[in-house]
Design a binder for this molecule. Structure first.
Ligand SMILES: NC(=O)c1ccc[n+]([C@@H]2O[C@H](COP(=O)([O-])OP(=O)(O)OC[C@H]3O[C@@H](n4cnc5c(N)ncnc54)[C@H](O)[C@@H]3O)[C@@H](O)[C@H]2O)c1
Length: 366
């Protein structure tokens, strides 16, 4: 009997989004087979995020649609799956939580079921090599005080509809590992930044408002702390996890770059003063606004699980990555226009939809 063809493709859900498209580029560099992107192309995803490469195949489908997902597995027989499709913006989860439950919880369960059926049909080396990488966030662990950092042993304590839906999806992924033997790897990471991040998120939001001379709305006193990770460092770690991760393992990725939101905004202003001196000093645009409801104080990652298990460490410093990111937004006005559209950059997630204390915008990082 002839040998069955060996699976070579990688399935990336959410591959047309910010982190997913960085994963697609990393896979093109490090694997040989097709990279199949399953993405519903919501407001957050775009074909223009995907590299123009014949190995990239876009399947426009909803991850919560069982028939479409089963069809993608049957048609492309992936050697591995990286699951990034999600509703990802905390402020939107305050305005409309059910979309988060549907995509992040029901969508993950739908994908796990299809992966389980696919994995059951694999034999030998492809079965041993198959991995389902479930991509999650450090927000599932809740908020830290001024000391300490999250580890894989940190208890779950999600506080927003976004982080609760991601926590639910992490539990489902681990349940499919324990109950059905699906080789699941769970990753949790800190705040990402870099090119192609949707303008609703803190860094691009502030850059674009500062360029327009609009107020820079910083939530509360701007003292919430986030640990910033460059998206390409994260994508490298996720592909490491897909190629070398141990089934059942959890890896935490962090940038080792803790900054208050106000520090981030001030650094951005200094970078823009250099590049657009006519608007300087951009820092004068900072306007403190009413805090996000339930805003977590601090997130920080102890990345030793990724270092020990995958040999991973971040390569970029925050300062060099941030400067490159600002330059990318300055050079991609068309990309920005396609994202911002007629709606502009408005404040989301205030509970009750108003009384936000002044300037509109999105002054919180995840
Ligand atoms: N951005 C961060 O800082 C960060 C940090 C930690 C974890 N994460 C996680 O990483 C993943 C990717 O985040 P991102 O920032 O790239 O998000 P993003 O919002 O930029 O992209 C999400 C992608 O998923 C797609 N999508 C949304 N709903 C879908 C559905 N029902 N079916 C199929 N596709 C759908 C969108 O079209 C988009 O392409 C998410 O799972 C997120 O929770 C992100």
């Amino acid at each position: 009997m002839p040998n069955a063809p060996q699976p070579t493709s990688t399935l990336v859900t959410g591959g047309a989004g910010f982190i997913g498209s960085a994963v697609v580029r990393e896979l093109l560099r490090r694997t040989d087979g097709p990279v199949v992107v399953l993405d519903a192309l919501t407001y957050a995803g775009g074909r223009d995020n995907l590299p123009d490469d014949p190995r990239v195949v876009l399947v426009e489908a909803d991850v919560a649609d069982p028939a479409a997902v089963a069809h993608a597995f049957a048609a492309h027989a992936p050697a591995r799956v990286l699951h990034l499709a999600a509703e990802s913006h905390v402020d939107r989860s305050i305005d409309g939580p059910l979309a988060f439950v549907r995509t992040n919880v029901v969508g993950t369960a739908t994908l796990l079921e299809a992966a389980r059926a696919h994995h059951a049909g694999l034999e030998g080396a492809p079965r041993r090599a198959f991995r389902f990488v479930h991509v999650s966030t450090d927000e599932v662990f809740g908020s830290l005080g001024d000391e300490g950092a999250f580890t894989p042993a940190s208890p779950y304590d999600p506080r927003s509809p976004y982080s609760a839906s991601k926590a639910g999806s992490d539990h489902l992924a681990r349940a499919w590992q324990h109950t059905f033997g699906l080789p699941v790897v769970v990753t949790n990471c800190s705040n990402n930044y870099g090119p192609r991040q949707h303008p609703e998120k803190l860094i691009p939001h502030m850059v674009l408002r500062a360029l327009a001379g609009d107020p820079l709305p910083v939530y509360g006193r701007g003292l919430n702390v986030r640990d910033w990770l460059h998206v390409d460092d994260h994508a490298r770690g996720l592909v490491d996890a897909a190629l070398h991760g141990a089934p059942g393992a959890t890896y935490l990725f962090g940038g080792g770059a803790e900054r208050t939101n106000l520090d981030v905004v001030r650094t951005l202003c200094a970078l823009l003063d250099d590049r657009q001196p006519e608007g300087a000093p951009h820092e004068e645009l900072v306007a403190f606004v009413t805090d996000r409801p339930g805003h977590d104080h601090r997130y920080a990652i102890d990345a030793s699980s990724a270092k020990a298990g995958l040999g991973w460490a971040p390569a970029r410093t925050f300062e060099e990555g941030l400067a490159e990111t600002v330059d990318w937004y300055l050079a991609h006005a068309d990309w920005v226009r396609r994202r911002v559209g007629a709606e502009g950059l408005r404040r989301l997630g205030t509970v009750g939809g108003g009384a936000s204390g002044g300037a509109s915008g999105a002054g919180g990082a995840a």
